[in-house]
Design a binder for this molecule. Structure first.
Ligand code: ADP
Ligand code: MG
Length: 699
């Protein structure tokens, strides 16, 4: 405790933590604007990095301009003209001279530009040289500068910041300049000397100066490397600490001998795949050990994660502990409940469902039974993390579809026991880049084998005008007794519109396309009782077609459904499409996924193509990640970690691996960061991750 306080004291005393109003040129009003950008302290200014740079090192003379070449020029505005062309385009021409010649910057249909340029203004223009009656730059990038700036601009690289309209680049640059000039000296190095040397990193003070005002692109490169390394290094130090703190805790040593094993296997109606055997072995080892398990089980949809979970659950229960199984949606929790009940029919396991809705209804008796230990296994949604839910002896926590829950929720459930084992399951194949960071504190098991007897799903892209073929296929499959999902994944529109789309579509399909088929509708705004009924009806074949919003995304298991139509497929992430597609192909019959999509760009075209070519979730995830970046799905923020400011997990993967190695080495030697040389680092980790990760043993 004392230690923490002394840290807070020293950090708040650092001049870097003074408010930006200490900087020249920042008053209350500007302060407010900056605050909206997340900039409160001088440190924030220093760490507010440019999003781009303008290269003014290569300013050319107008007289040397060659037609067709891209050039940057600096000159004075000689005249501003606006006119309407013969084909009625609004044209703005700004004539600029630099003493060696004159060139016209020309913009179409941006009449407001007339007011931006004034005679005698100094401007930088960057664009491609063309010729009309005179030399021209067509729609060049431009920057108008105030006179006092010019000396610094000549021959330099100019940072461009992500700003709002209320703060000009010029002004912000001045603020940064102030901060850099007077305060970089106060920034302290967190990376130990040996690592600086080994990784050829420049000092942090130089890096901060050069990231804002690099003399050359070579300087900029070194600055970036250093800052990226620092960012990833701190992240990995935090991960290493987390992992170490879990390993230091004493958990439960479950017994899992041959008796228990035989017992469990008797409840499983099929032979386990090799992958399931391997993963169960890994889990069993974890559970036997006195160190708490913290394991992520990755397995593509349909790879059979559920029985693996059941195995772990039964070990816990056989040892006299309770288990909790958390799913992201009510439907899924209910489905798991029914599935597990079926598996456990011939056992003595007492099992309860706790979801948001059932919660209120059964509250008292159920909660009481969980608390007194009359229930062995509780299945539910995030309702499980509520304070009212208490366990007598929670030994195992299983969390399905991890990406829907953040780190914090994970911890909350865990805290209901004393160091229970934790098994997290996800169907989303996580690219290695990400599993190293977001789940860096977890051990990972992979189910990379699909149970036998399934034929791969055929995926077809149905372009505009070919819908009839798709409808014919649906009719013939339904005639064979099969069932169909029609999915409307949630799009940007409001939930209400979204719902309307699904409702309208259900009506249209019923009236215009399939008058003889039975069509059901399922959407997110239904009460859980209604949803239940529709799902049950569909499962019991009282509908041929189920039109649904996104809610069937995860986990639904209806082997007789062999066709899935996905509307507006072009709008969704590949990982998401893959998840959806996993709802079919669960029986022995040929399944079809029909992507209705109208891709407008080559990339979205490419993405639909990938879906038709492969069913391999890992391949799809990597491609999606490459095409779209981590997105919010995998964003660090989503997982309760701070946003990365300068690193890019794909581009900087090699640095990430190095930083991770370095960080884990340090923590293995000094798990509490107690050594004198690690104090700055320790302080930085606490600052960055306080409240975000359990770093109890060092803070
Ligand atoms: P997911 O990994 O998507 O959660 P499930 O656990 O729901 O997959 O399993 C998908 C289907 O495969 C279920 O119907 C399950 O009964 C079946 N299954 C799982 N493992 C095997 C196996 N080893 N052999 C045959 N069928 C299996
Ligand atoms: Mg599942």
């Amino acid at each position: 405790m004392l230690v923490t306080q002394s840290i807070i004291k020293t950090t708040s005393q650092s001049p870097l933590n003074q408010t930006i109003q200490y900087l020249k040129g920042v008053g209350p009003k500007r302060g407010e604007i900056l605050e909206r950008l997340g900039i409160r302290t001088i440190r924030d200014v220093l760490y507010y990095f440019p999003r781009d740079y303008k290269d003014h090192t290569k300013i050319q003379k107008i007289s040397k301009a060659k037609i067709g070449a891209k050039i940057t020029i600096q000159g004075k505005v000689l005249g501003v003209h606006a006119r309407i062309s013969r084909n009625r385009k609004h044209i703005v021409e700004v004539f600029v001279g630099d003493g060696t010649g004159t060139i016209a910057a020309t913009w179409f249909n941006q009449p407001f530009l007339t007011d931006k340029f004034h005679i005698e203004d100094t401007v930088f223009l960057h664009g491609k040289v063309g010729a009309y009656k005179y030399l021209q730059l067509l729609s060049p990038e431009y920057e108008i500068v105030q006179n006092e700036d010019i000396s610094e601009k000549e021959g330099s690289i100019i940072p461009i910041y992500p700003l709002t309209e209320h703060m000009s680049q010029t002004h912000f640059r001045k603020i940064v300049e102030e901060a850099v000039r007077h305060f970089t000296g106060h920034v302290e190095e967190i990376v130990p000397k040996e690592l600086m040397k080994k990784n050829r990193l420049i000092p942090i003070q130089d890096a901060l100066r050069d990231i804002h005002f690099p003399k050359t692109f070579e300087h900029l490169k070194h600055a970036k490397s250093k800052l990226i390394y620092d960012e990833l290094f701190i992240l990995e130090i935090a991960m290493a600490l987390r992992r170490w703190s879990i390993k230091e805790e004493t958990g439960i040593s479950f017994k899992a001998g041959p008796n228990v094993d035989t017992h469990i296997r008797n409840l499983i109606p099929f032979t386990l795949t090799n992958a399931q055997e391997r993963v169960i072995h890994e889990i069993k080892n974890d559970m036997r050990s006195s160190k708490p398990m913290n394991r992520l089980l990755q397995g593509d949809v349909g790879s059979g994660k559920t029985v693996v979970a059941i195995y772990a659950i039964l070990i816990a229960i056989a040892n006299g502990y309770q288990a909790a199984f958390m799913a992201p949606t009510e439907i899924l929790a209910e489905q798991h409940f029914h599935t597990l009940k079926k598996y456990l029919m011939c056992s003595h396991v007492r099992i309860r469902l706790l979801t948001g809705e059932s919660h209120a209804r059964y509250k008292k008796s159920d909660l009481e039974q969980v608390k007194t230990g009359q229930v062995d296994l509780v299945i539910g949604t995030h309702a499980l993390i509520e304070e009212t839910v208490q366990f007598r002896k929670l030994g195992l926590v299983v969390i399905d579809e991890q990406h829907k829950f953040g780190v914090v929720q994970r911890l909350k459930l865990k805290e209901k026991g004393s160091c229970p084992d934790v098994l997290i399951m996800t169907a989303t194949p996580i690219p290695r880049t990400l599993s190293l960071t977001l789940f860096g504190d977890l051990d990972i098991s992979i189910l990379d084998e699909i149970p036998p007897g399934r034929s791969p799903i055929k995926t077809l892209w149905i372009p505009n005008g070919k819908e009839k073929n798709a409808y014919d296929l649906i009719r013939s499959e339904v005639a064979k007794g099969r069932q169909v999902f029609v999915v409307y994944p949630l799009v940007e529109e409001s939930e209400v519109l979204h719902l309307k789309a699904a409702v309208t579509e259900a009506k249209r399909l019923q009236h215009d396309i399939f008058p003889n088929l039975r069509i059901g509708l399922l959407h997110g705004q239904m009460k859980s009782g209604e949803k239940d009924k529709i799902m049950t009806d569909f499962k019991e074949k009282r509908y041929d077609i189920l039109v649904s919003t996104i809610i069937i995304e995860v986990g639904i298991d209806i082997p007789n459904a062999t066709i899935m139509v996905i509307e507006h497929a072009e709008r969704f992430g590949l990982a998401q499409l893959h998840q959806l597609r996993g709802r079919i192909g669960r029986g022995n019959d040929q399944s079809y996924c029909l992507l209705f999509g109208y891709p407008k760009t080559p990339i979205s075209h490419e993405r639909l193509k990938i879906m038709t070519k492969t069913c391999d979730g890992f391949k799809i995830a990597e491609m999606d990640f490459r095409l779209r970046g981590p997105g919010e799905f995998f964003g660090t923020r989503q997982h309760g970690l701070p946003e990365l400011r300068i690193s890019d997990l794909i581009r900087d993967f090699p640095i990430l691996v190095q930083a991770r190695k370095d960080a884990f080495e340090i923590i293995s030697k000094d798990p509490h960061l107690a050594s004198e040389t690690h104090q700055k680092m320790r302080q930085k980790v606490l600052e960055t991750f306080r409240n975000r990760l359990e770093l109890i043993h060092i803070g």
